[in-house]
Structures are given as C-alpha cells and as structure tokens.
Write a protein that binds this ligand. Structure first.
Ligand SMILES: [Zn+2]
Ligand SMILES: [Zn+2]
Length: 79
C-alpha cells in the first residue's frame, strides 16, 4: 500500500510505503528517504548557489559539492 502526499513547502511528493517515507522531487527524478537531503536538493532548483568555482565559474549549492568539483581541476593540472 502506497500513499502519495504532496508537501508544497518542500517542493516534493512523499510516498509512504509500509511506514517508510520517500521524498520525490517535483522538478526532477531525484528521490531520497531523508527530509534534510530533499531540503538540500531543493536548493538546486531554487537557484541558490553561493559556492562558485574560481577556475570555471561553475556554481554549487553546497560547499562539499564545490570541494568535490575542485578535484577535477587538480587532476587537470597534474596531467
Ligand atoms: Zn530535483
Ligand atoms: Zn570549476
């Protein structure tokens, strides 16, 4: 039995299956069982990307994502 709920404030649909919640993004195929993950993901669509790569100007919504991205440039340099 699956219940689908809609959570406007979160910009997500919530599927409840056997007492387990899964959050589905309304704007892409992203889904996660964690509400805080969905909150963080939502920033992708709201355009809040305060972390900008100073090499290629690509922007990121999370500092961790920018850090991961910077490894790409480090690899470029070493090759
Ligand atoms: Zn999404
Ligand atoms: Zn970059």
């Amino acid at each position: 039995m699956v219940h689908m709920l809609r959570e406007e404030s979160l910009g997500a649909k919530i599927a409840v299956q056997d007492g387990v919640l899964i959050y589905y993004c309304l704007q892409c195929s992203y889904n996660t069982p964690y509400k805080w993950n969905m909150k963080a993901h939502k920033l992708i669509h709201s355009g809040e990307r305060p972390f900008v790569c100073n090499v290629c100007k690509k922007s990121f919504n999370r500092k961790g994502n920018l850090k991961t991205h910077l490894m790409v440039h480090l690899r470029d340099v070493s090759q």
